[in-house]
Design a protein around this ligand. Structure first.
Ligand code: ME8
Length: 516
C-alpha cells in the first residue's frame, strides 16, 4: 500500500495566564476541522496544540495571585487541555513549554543559531510590552498625558528595559526572507497578512533581543544560565519539540517541516519573520504555510483576559452544544476575517441550518424509510433527471471541498454543503414522497434513496465540523465506520439497498429560548 502523505498542523500555543477564552476555542475548532478533513482525505495527520508557559506575563499574573508561575501554568494548562476534550478536538499531542523535552529542543536550536554566527552578546535598551511579550520602537508608541507610553496597535503598556542581552542577527535575513516569500507565494495567508509582512520586511529588519536577565522563568541560555531565552524563541520552537527534535529518528521526525501553522492575525510577524529566520539560521526546513485567522469580537470589542470581557467557551459549549458551536464559528465567520459573536446569530444558525435544513430533511427521510421500506435502505428504480441532477451536485461536493480547503476556506465548504442541502429540500418537497406512498411506491423508494444518499455524502463531508452529529446520522444511515472517509464519497460509496437501519432519531434539536 502506498505511504500516506504526512500533514502536520498546529494551533498557536496559548498563554495559560488565565482560563481559555472564545478566541482560543475558535482557533482550536478551526484547526481541528482542517486536521479532521485531512485525515478523512487520506493523510497521515499530526495535530498539535498546547500552552506557552514562560515569559513575564505569566510571572506577573502569578505574582498578583500570590503563586508561582509554574503553579499557575499547572493549574491553567489543565483548562486548555480540558477545553480540547470538551470541544471534541482531535489533537494528537498537547505540549507544555515547561516540559523537559521542550527545554532540550530550545537549547539545541539556540546552539545551532549560535554556531551559525547569528547570536551575539550586547546590551538592550528599549521598550517592552509584557502583555504583547514584544519589544517596540518609539514610533510604535503613543505618549499619554500621564507620561506613560502604550503600544498604538494593541493599547498595551510598555516599560523601559535596559539590560545585557543576546541578540539574533535578524537584519542579515531580510533578503533571504523576501526571496522565500517570493518563491513560495502560499507561505503567508491570507493575502492581506502577506502584504503586511512584505511591507514590514521591505522596510528593514533590526537585530532582535532574544534573552533576558531580570527574571529566571524561562529556558536557560546554554553556557550562560544568567540569561533566559526571550519567550518567543522558546514558544516558536514548540512546533519542533513535538516532532522529537533534536533527535532525528523518532516516530514523528517525518512530520517536520509542518504543513501549516494556524494562528491569529496578531502573531503573524513572529511566525513569518522571526520563526523562518531562526530556522534558516539553524539549518532547518521551514514550515510550508502560515495562516493568520481573524479575531472574534464580542459586541465589536476584542476579547482579552486583561480587558475582562471574556466569554467562557465551556459555558457556550454547554449552552448551545459542541457541534452547534463548532458549526456556528466556522459557518458564520469567513476564515481569515474578523467575526462577531451574538446569541441571535448562533440561535439562527442552529435552528435554520442544523435543526431545520439538514436535521429535518434527514429525519423526515429516515422516518419515511422506517415506516414504508421495512426499516431498510430502499432500492432505487430508474433515475429521472431530477434525481440525477441532485446526485451529481452531491458527487461534486468533495471536489469543491478539496479546492476550498487548499485556501482554508472552511466557510465555503459549509456554504457549498448547505447549498446542496437546500437543493435536496426543494427536491423532497417537489417529489412529495408521502403522496407517492400510495400512487407509486417504487418511485417513493427512489426519492427516499436519493435523499438518503445526499444526506450520507453531506454527513461525511460535514464530519470535520460537526463530528458527533454527523456520526449519529451516519449510524442511522447504516454506514459502517470504515466507510466514512472521503474515498467513499461519490458514486463508489453509494448506500447499499436492503441494509437494515436502526430506528431514526432527531440529531440536531431546535434551540428553544428559556422562558424569562
Ligand atoms: O499569542 N479571536 O498566546 P495567546 C481569535 N502564546 N483568536 C484569538 C483571539 C480572539 N479574540 N484572541 C487570541 C499567544 N487569539 C502566544 C502564541 S505561538 C508559538 C505563541 C489567538 O494566548 C491568538 O491570535 O495570546 C493566538 O493565535 C492564540 O489565540 C493564542 O493567543
Amino acid at each position: 500500500m502506498a505511504e500516506k502523505d504526512t500533514y502536520y498542523i498546529t494551533t498557536a500555543i496559548s498563554y495559560p495566564n488565565g482560563k481559555p477564552h472564545i478566541g482560543h476555542a475558535y482557533e482550536l475548532i478551526a484547526t481541528d476541522a482542517i486536521a479532521r478533513f485531512k485525515r478523512l482525505d487520506g493523510n497521515d495527520v499530526f495535530f498539535l496544540t498546547g500552552t506557552d508557559e514562560h515569559g513575564q506575563k505569566m510571572l506577573q499574573t502569578a505574582a498578583k495571585q500570590g503563586t508561582t508561575a509554574q503553579a499557575l501554568a499547572d493549574q491553567n494548562s489543565e483548562y486548555f487541555r480540558e477545553m480540547a476534550r470538551v470541544l471534541n478536538a482531535s489533537n494528537d499531542d498537547f505540549i507544555r513549554t515547561s516540559e523537559e523535552r521542550h527545554h532540550r529542543a530550545c537549547q539545541e536550536i539556540w546552539r545551532r543559531m549560535e554556531a551559525a554566527g547569528d547570536i551575539y552578546l550586547s546590551k538592550y535598551s528599549g521598550w517592552y510590552s509584557v502583555r504583547d511579550e514584544a519589544f517596540f520602537d518609539e514610533k510604535d508608541l503613543a505618549l499619554n498625558s500621564d507620561g506613560s507610553r502604550t503600544v498604538i496597535e494593541t493599547g498595551a503598556k510598555v516599560e523601559w528595559v535596559e539590560e545585557e542581552s543576546y541578540f539574533f542577527r535578524l537584519s542579515a535575513y531580510q533578503d533571504r526572507l523576501l526571496k522565500h516569500y517570493e518563491s513560495h507565494p502560499g507561505f503567508i495567508g491570507p493575502d492581506e497578512r502577506r502584504n503586511e509582512i512584505l511591507s514590514f520586511v521591505r522596510s528593514g529588519l533590526r537585530d532582535l533581543s532574544i534573552s533576558r536577565t531580570t527574571f529566571d522563568w524561562g529556558v536557560p541560555v546554554p553556557g550562560n544560565p544568567k540569561h533566559v531565552m526571550y519567550v518567543w524563541v522558546d514558544a516558536l520552537t514548540n512546533y519542533l519539540t513535538a516532532t522529537g527534535f533534536p533527535e532525528a529518528d523518532t516516530d514523528r521526525s517525518k512530520f517536520w517541516p509542518a504543513s501549516v501553522h494556524i494562528i491569529g492575525k496578531d502573531i503573524v510577524r513572529f511566525h513569518t519573520v522571526y520563526w523562518p529566520a531562526f530556522l534558516m539560521s539553524a539549518g532547518l526546513p521551514l514550515p510550508h504555510r502560515v495562516f493568520g485567522h481573524g479575531f472574534l469580537f464580542n459586541r465589536g470589542e476584542k476579547m482579552s483576559k486583561s480587558v475582562g470581557n471574556v466569554i467562557d467557551p465551556f459555558t457556550l459549549a454547554e449552552h448551545y452544544g459542541v457541534d452547534q458551536l463548532r458549526y456556528f464559528f466556522l459557518r458564520e465567520v469567513p476564515f481569515g476575517q474578523d467575526g462577531n459573536y451574538s446569541h441571535e446569530a448562533i440561535v439562527n444558525r442552529i435552528n435554520a441550518d442544523l435543526a431545520n435544513d439538514f436535521g429535518n430533511l434527514a429525519n423526515r427521510c429516515l422516518k419515511m424509510i422506517a415506516a414504508n421500506c421495512g426499516g431498510k435502505v430502499p432500492s432505487p428504480g430508474d433515475l429521472l433527471p431530477s434525481d440525477e441532477q441532485l446526485l451529481k451536485a452531491a458527487d461534486n461536493l468533495v471536489w469543491q471541498a478539496r479546492d476550498a480547503i487548499f485556501n482554508f476556506a472552511l466557510h465555503t465548504i459549509l456554504a457549498d454543503l448547505w447549498s446542496v442541502v437546500g437543493e435536496a429540500n426543494r427536491y423532497f418537497a417537489a417529489e412529495e414522497p408521502w403522496k407517492l406512498k400510495t400512487s407509486n411506491p417504487a418511485r417513493m423508494e427512489t426519492v427516499l434513496y436519493v435523499t438518503a444518499e445526499v444526506v450520507r455524502q453531506v454527513a461525511i463531508l460535514a464530519q470535520p465540523v460537526i463530528p458527533a452529529g454527523a456520526a449519529r446520522l451516519l449510524d442511522q444511515l447504516g454506514v459502517s465506520e470504515d466507510a466514512r472517509d472521503f474515498d467513499h464519497l461519490g458514486i463508489d460509496g453509494r448506500l447499499s439497498p436492503d441494509v437494515e437501519l436502526p430506528a431514526p432519531a432527531a440529531v440536531f434539536p431546535r434551540y428553544v429560548e428559556a422562558p424569562d
